[in-house]
Design a protein around this ligand. Structure first.
Ligand code: CAA
Length: 257
């Protein structure tokens, strides 16, 4: 697939996807989302890739779903295109996905960042759900992921009020892992991705799955699933290597097996 709306690069075990519609602040058109999903599927299938950074570049992450594309749609057209349902492919990405956010992450852009596993924010980042100002509500997970991340009251403030939060406030609330000067956001995210890409890939995948499961299941079910994955990992060569390397006081060489 040839991409028009995203740029895809690789740097050793780190993939980088850059949203690339700067003229409309990376508004998330269906074509862009399709390309993004395709690029992530490609990285998911690529055994050489251990982690991926998703960014909108130095100035903006994404100002939301493409309003021009949506303005005159009927509900049935929206249902048939299932525009936001198609984002499930992004949430299903099995490797660490790190958002590097500068400038606006609004509406669907914010929801996209919230689908990532870690968020590195530049000091210019602004996170918000302004859909209420358009007479709609978030449609790509905002009403569900905000309360699960920062609790009910901030989620209400953001979705009812529509005003964005600064990077610093998002960091205080635990929505963001790190706030850095905007000019180094992508570089820091790449470093974090490179560190994660060195870990045992099967363990990383199961750890991600287990943490995500915590947001969806009762504790007893989550604990049982965690235990099954924990025991399963003793079938991997990487578990033997990791523990042997510790005992032999050397660096482990993980192979993803
Ligand atoms: N869709 C389509 N075009 C968009 C856009 C969007 N979400 N956001 C910005 N643009 C376009 C603008 O129309 C403008 O295009 P023109 O130059 O052709 O006029 C260009 O990007 C630059 O934008 P502004 O001139 O508005 O830039 P600004 O710096 O003055 O303001 C902003 C920036 C505050 C982000 C403002 O653009 C804005 O409010 N954007 C819309 C944000 C929004 O409402 N997002 C939610 C969308 S709905 C959604 O996402 C639903 C969902 O849950 C999936």
């Amino acid at each position: 697939m040839e991409y028009q709306h995203v740029l895809v690069e690789r740097d050793g075990p780190v993939g980088l996807v850059t949203l690339n519609r700067p003229r409309v602040l990376n508004a998330l058109s269906p074509a862009l989302v399709a390309e993004l999903s395709d690029a992530l599927r490609g990285f998911d299938d690529d055994a050489e890739i251990g982690a991926v950074v998703l960014t909108g570049g130095p100035r903006v992450f994404a100002a939301g779903a493409d309003i021009g594309d949506m303005a005159d749609r009927s509900p049935v057209e929206q249902l048939q295109r299932d525009q936001t349902g198609r984002w499930a492919a992004i949430a299903a990405f099995s490797k660490p996905l790190i958002a590097a956010v500068n400038g606006y992450a609004l509406g669907g852009g914010c929801e996209l960042a919230l689908m990532c596993d870690l968020i590195i924010a530049g000091d210019t980042a602004r996170f918000g759900q302004p859909e209420i100002n358009l007479g709609i509500i978030p449609g790509a997970g905002g009403t569900q992921r905000w309360p699960r991340t920062v609790g009910k009251y901030v989620a209400m403030e953001v979705t009812l009020g529509g005003a964005p939060l600064t990077a610093q406030r998002a960091h205080q609330l635990g929505l963001v892992n790190k706030v850095v000067p905007a000019e180094v956001t992508i570089g820091v995210a790449r470093q974090v991705a490179a560190q994660l890409a060195e870990k045992a890939p099967v363990a990383v995948r199961l750890a991600k799955e287990a943490v995500n499961r915590a947001l969806e299941t009762p504790l007893s079910e989550g604990l049982a699933a965690e235990r099954r994955s924990f025991y399963f990992l003793f079938a991997t060569e990487d578990q033997k290597e990791g523990m042997r390397a510790f005992l032999e006081k050397r660096r482990a060489q993980f192979k993803g097996r």
